[in-house]
Design a protein around this ligand. Sequence first.
Ligand SMILES: Nc1ncnc2c1ncn2[C@@H]1O[C@H](COP(=O)(O)OP(=O)(O)OP(=O)(O)O)[C@@H](O)[C@H]1O
Length: 774
Amino acid sequence: MDEKDWKQERERLDEVIAVISSTAKELEERKGGIKDRVLDLRKNFWEDVTVNLDEPDDIIETQASLKQQAELLSERERSHGQLSEQLKTLSRLKESPYFGRIDFQADGESQTDKIYLGIASLMDEQEEDFLVYDWRAPISSLYYDYPPGRAEYQTMDETITGELELKRQYIIRNSELKGMFDTGLTIGDHLLQSVLGHNASTQMKSIVATIQKEQNQIIRNEKNDLLIVQGVAGSGKTSAALQRVAYLLYRYREVLSSDNMVLFSPNPLFNSYVATVLPELGEENMQQTTFHEYLEKRLGGRFDIETPFAQMEYYLSAMDEEEYDIRVAAMTFKASLGYKKLIDQFVAELQTDGVEFRNIVFRGEVIILKEAIADHFYQLDAAMSLPNKMEETAKWLLQEVDKYSRQQLSEDWVLEEGQLLEKEDFLEVYKKLQEEDELSDDPYYDFVREEQLLRKKIIDDNFYPLKAKIKRMRFVNPEKTYRKLFMERESGRRKVDLPENWAEICRQSLDYLTAKTLTWEEAAAYLYFYNKLIGFQVNRTIRHIFIDEAQDYSPFQFAYFKEIFPYSRMTLLGDINQAIYAHASEEPTLLSADMEEHHERITLTRSYRSTKPIAEFTKSFMPGGDIIEAFNREGEKPTVAEVADKDKLHQSIREQLKRYVDKDYQTIAVICKTMQESREAYQMLKEIFDIKLMDEEAYTFQKGILVIPAYLAKGIEFDAAIIYNASATQYSRDLERNLLYTACTRAMHHLAVFSLGDSCRFINQVPADLYERA
Ligand SMILES: Nc1ncnc2c1ncn2[C@@H]1O[C@H](COP(=O)(O)OP(=O)(O)OP(=O)(O)O)[C@@H](O)[C@H]1O
């Protein structure tokens, strides 16, 4: 690129910045004007409405006038809000108006269009031409999809073909052009190199300037209702997912808002890690939650729900406990669709018999026996679904309760209760009496009527909570009904392949239920059952669901998702090599090829997070690791050290940490296998370094050194990672290999692996030239 190019680009940049400044100024003025008007409106609200309440017509007029005034105010407030948003976007644009340019000559056109791409679009002052195109505009896809040469893009209704003559990238900071390159095949290895070479950050960043072609396919995918992305560690799955949210919000801006989208992520820490990406792009965040949080909301009051991490911790560290094998068998079976089938059969049986009910009790007295409820329930049309029968039964119960309450009107307790009434209650009754306008000449009549009304009020108040409970279906006992699933006699006749030790699993399951605990493998299953029994509201507001780390959801959990969100499109992102849940070792996960029929699958094989030496190291101990392509970023080889005892281990780790601190690495993680091990590591390091121990309650993380169990570090990255103890005793099962892989792939620039005694077989499998012995 010659001096002329630089001069031209600088001049253009200055022009664009000038337009941004003047547009911003104009908007500021308009905003100021609106603000004054809003303040004015608020101050003079009552003066500007005509209030006249004399005649019915006047009242109507007053109402209309009030409404009009309120609408005017809220309309102004809305435009004020919109202007503020536009101004925010402009200030982001001013900092760096664009990051790329393509010159495209469409076939049949004589002129070449110069398209500059930024995070939002910008028009010139005459509002005629685009000075900057939004990266999500149809034409912008050329930038991500093609090297110079023949190229095409899709508009709403046609395909435009042509010649891509130039593709250029810019680094603009503080409104100044710091660098630019013309790029060939992929979007600037150059720029990507420089972006990836930076320190890790405690918040994820947007990748808009360097989206890769295969990532762009994920972002703009609109063909299928179910999109499954299998991508190796660090291939940009999460990044692509967030850019996809921004894309969809733009593409469907008329009909879709951030409230219609939800991201299920592995833990609250991850949630906060990704929370800044969309705002950085000028979009509002989608809703974010975890599956545990979701289940908590629905069942939390009635049960303690085990977290997936507690389940994991048990799986990894409770081998010596007596019931371990039974629990692990339960984890596997209850994750499967076989278990769902079992529950479906159970629910089918409940059509004719077996649902448990609760007595209806009023003032300590049983007024309707649970047996009577069951009788009513089961004499209803057999073809009705259980939830419909529940509705009918609730209606019937309300009528019965009404009948009963009328009988109670004359009971003594009613007046006794009356003494507890507040003054307002009496006033209310008195007012009603007046309204009836029947204050007669007969004082005795008034007295009787007043008492009647009082009694009625007391009855209504007293029966209200009971009726509310009936409406909430509290007359059913789902917990007790569910227990029957595990009762020998009942479960024996079901046609499902049950695990060998099913009888013991049943006993253990009953114990958990008695203790009001839902194990993680049981939680979704129970809620599924609950919904089948009592019914539930299908969620219609959520139009798009993103599930990150999808490999960790069991087939059962996914089936449940589909039931509750039948109208939502789904994007699942995950990595089969990072599957670390107990069920994962035997059951197919969501990402397995045969899981779903109608879907589109995109595979990402390029890993961007780690340097080449780290990626080469980690892929070498994963089965099928050959497909992982390391992005070409140089760095030091990982180090591997075996130490004889704990003192030596701790000393070596301290030295390593010191080296990292000296290198000015900003985020450093000591990654352990379990929470138990993390606590131990923390104890020995905390004296010397200012470190933080991360547990499942951690919501954010700061720069510095932290100790963290591998399963919590999912999805997050650090400048450097230390594996606390990769010894043969710690990592041997297949699942532990995945855990180790997840841990090692968190490192961006350096990885150090320590083992107490011999390294595990996975580390031993790594060719010796891929690491340094320390
Ligand atoms: N196109 C890109 N341009 C710049 N950086 C990128 C790009 N793609 C990925 N990255 C960077 O690579 C790192 C890993 O990305 P991300 O966390 O999205 O990967 P992932 O596939 O979700 O990883 P994991 O499976 O390990 O959770 C991040 O630092 C991200 O910013």
